[in-house]
Design a protein around this ligand. Structure first.
Ligand code: HSE
Length: 291
């Protein structure tokens, strides 16, 4: 009467695909154990667990449980591997894993799309509005495009390629980071983003990291967020200097993602740039992952 589900970190946006693109990675990940209980209760351990609310009403996993089981209770144990507030879909991973675990444990037979919708509602408590570019790929794995406002998901399993992730130690509040995004953009911004987003999709299909990297260029969210992440601008500059095909902000940041021929060297240069601003960081070399 218990079940454990693994949920991967996810890189939302990939640059130009604001709220539309998401990529699941192998590392880091969360593990969520759900068991039947007389009371809905959440216990959290692992990285950054002290920063996450345990009150079911304010916790993404708790909201998911209450939506799926209005008349029953569960004990949810979150083992956090994904640092909260890092831009790697930490809250989404917990929501997605809880939805999948409850679906299995109680034989609810929800479809993938239904599970994404439920997990997205859980995510809303962390982000302020629904967006499924983290919960989608956390459930399906691989690379996803998500239709805005309806959560229809299209998934591709990419050929493996190496991904550099640098996680600076400070955190970002998605809710605040989203408020700064412009509601109106110019025709040129739209053209630039459509071009670069298409390049990413093509690169993913072809397994061409040069195209994936070159596509990681955003004219809508990144210019604004770059200003609010100390050290990011220089980190990106150094990554490109070290041969990265592309470098951008993962989700609402501050995690920095880069793709290029020498992932470790690129990562070290990014870390150096953050260190110049007295910011410690963690380097992870990973690959596209399963849901
Ligand atoms: N697409 C979302 C954003 C992802 O950029 O705000 C947040 O993790």
């Amino acid at each position: 009467d218990r079940i454990t589900v693994k949920a991967p970190a996810t890189v939302a946006n990939m640059g130009p695909g604001y709220d539309v693109f998401g990529l699941a990675v192998r590392r880091p990940f969360d593990r969520v154990t759900v068991k039947k209980s007389s009371e809905t209760e959440i216990t959290i351990n692992g990285v950054g667990s002290g920063d996450i609310p345990t009150d079911p009403e304010h916790n993404t996993a708790g909201v998911v449980a209450q939506k799926m089981l209005p008349d029953q209770s569960v004990h949810i144990e979150l083992h956090k591997g994904i640092p909260p507030g890092s831009g790697l879909g930490s809250s989404a991973a917990s929501a997605a894993a809880t939805a999948v675990a409850i679906n299995k444990l109680f034989n609810l037979n929800h479809t993938t799309n239904e599970l994404i919708n439920i997990a997205a509602q859980g995510e809303e408590v962390a982000a302020g509005e629904t967006h499924s570019d983290n919960v989608g790929p956390a459930i399906t794995g691989g690379f996803c495009t998500i239709k805005p406002n309806n959560n229809q998901i299209n998934q591709i399993t990419p050929k493996p390629f190496k991904i550099t992730l640098v996680i600076p130690e400070h955190t970002s509040k998605t809710r605040e980071a989203r408020k700064q995004i412009p509601r109106k953009i110019t025709l040129n911004q739209a053209k630039q983003n459509i071009y670069h987003a298409s390049l990413i999709t093509q690169g993913i299909i072809e397994g061409d990291i040069e195209k994936i990297g070159q596509g990681m260029h955003d004219t809508i969210a990144e210019p604004i967020r770059a200003k609010t992440i100390p050290g990011y601008k220089n980190a990106k500059k150094q990554a490109l200097k070290t041969g990265a095909h592309g470098c951008t902000i993962s989700g609402s940041g501050p995690t920095t993602i880069a793709v290029g021929p020498n992932p470790k060297k690129i990562g070290k240069q990014i870390q150096k740039a953050y260190k110049q601003k007295n910011i410690n960081s963690k380097l992870i070399i990973t690959k596209p992952g399963k849901g």
